[in-house]
Design a protein around this ligand. Structure first.
Ligand SMILES: *Cc1c(COP(=O)(O)O)cnc(C)c1O
Length: 353
């Protein structure tokens, strides 16, 4: 793979500095282009610098674009570990299909990622809870205002050293159940990791933040009755001796952390169901004490305990506002596999370098 070197390197954040999420970017990026004549071509590593774009470029107007989120973790022996990257490439191509973006060669993306990570190894932060966030993206680059799928695309991977996703780290989050705005509906794009989904969810997110909540808990668009997800995390509830997560009905993003948690729970003897779960069922369980735990799962936040939910102006505290045992077990297991401190029985850890 071609590597175009830069003459001066950027200043890296100081050791121990608060990294936040997605504020620092590394020296290099992977890029690859698509044109109708050539298909995907020109895969290379180049300096991560601003690029000029014509303002009529279609991505700016119609949001024909998709992304992924992964993390690289420094292993105890100094090597680089990535969690289930092949799952991300496969999902990215499913998102591409939904958004009329031509599928890309997954082996070229993986080779690009591995070359990039080896080059940027010194950017992987070392403190517990930190990682090098990986953001693969595809945007429509044809200069054209007609509402049609583009005939040109740019695929890129940028890297960002990150701390915990929420400013308060592993403290349980507060969720506001949204019963007016919707994130996605059946037949819409909720299953795809496409750019517009996030723009569409910002209004409700902002209103929730003004009221002191961390995130919105979305309900289904048709009936505002069934729990869907949190917009960057899938949801799990421990109801009595059953662990429930909303079934992937078409409007929910199929999370890789979600899938991994379902498998880990089953391997540990828990009774896990993927089914529709109504907000009324969750609230009734909160009232009668059978709602033992709630947590969200996603690459950015890993496993995030939920300490309180508000629905129709009533607050329901979960597990005394503290992290529960199942949440803790999943957090410890997934991070142990990611950071290379636990055995990786299922082969989820890809070691590079
Ligand atoms: C990315 C994302 C998730 C989490 O998916 P992971 O593969 O676990 O990182 C959940 N919901 C939405 C809407 C997302 O965009």
């Amino acid at each position: 793979m071609q590597i175009i070197k830069r003459t001066t390197l950027k200043q890296k954040p100081e050791k121990g500095e608060r990294l936040g999420f997605g504020q620092y970017f590394t020296d290099y990026m992977f890029t690859m282009k698509y044109t109708a004549e050539k298909g995907w071509h020109d895969a290379k590593i180049e300096p991560n610098e601003p690029k000029p774009f014509d303002l009529a470029t279609s991505i700016f107007h119609y949001a024909q674009g998709i992304f992924e989120g992964m993390k690289a973790f420094r292993q105890p022996d100094g090597k680089i570990g990535v969690f289930r990257p092949n799952e991300n490439w496969a999902r990215m191509n499913r998102s591409a299909t939904r958004m009329c973006i031509p599928n890309f060669p997954e082996d070229v993306a993986e080779e690009g990622l591995e070359t990039l990570l080896k080059l940027e190894k010194d950017w992987i932060p070392t403190e517990m809870g930190t990682a090098l966030y990986i953001r693969p993206t595809i945007v429509a680059t044809r200069v054209m205002l007609g509402v049609h799928a583009s005939t040109e695309y740019l695929f890129f991977i940028i890297l960002s050293p990150v701390g915990s996703y929420y400013a308060h780290g592993l403290e349980p989050t507060k969720l506001l159940v949204e019963d007016f705005y919707v994130r996605s509906s059946i037949g819409g794009t909720g299953e795809a990791k496409c750019l517009g989904n996030y723009a569409a969810s910002m209004k409700a997110g902002e209103l929730a933040e003004e009221k002191g909540f961390d995130q919105v808990l979305w309900l289904d668009a048709a009936e505002k009755k069934y729990v869907e997800e949190v917009g960057s995390m899938n949801m799990f509830f421990r109801l009595g001796d059953e662990v429930v997560t909303p079934a992937l009905v078409g409007s929910i993003l199929p999370g890789i952390t979600r899938k991994s948690c379902i498998q880990l729970l089953r391997e540990n003897g828990y009774n896990v169901s993927e089914r529709r779960v109504s907000i009324d069922e969750v609230i009734a369980a909160a009232k009668d004490g059978s709602l033992k735990e709630a947590f969200g799962t996603g690459t950015a936040a890993v496993i995030s305990p939920v300490g309180l939910i508000r629905y129709k102006d009533c607050d329901y505290e979960i597990n005394g506002g503290k992290m529960g045992d199942v949440t803790r077990m999943l957090y410890d297991t997934i991070t142990g596999i990611q950071y290379g401190t636990l055995p990786d029985k299922n082969g989820w850890r890809k070691i590079i370098g």
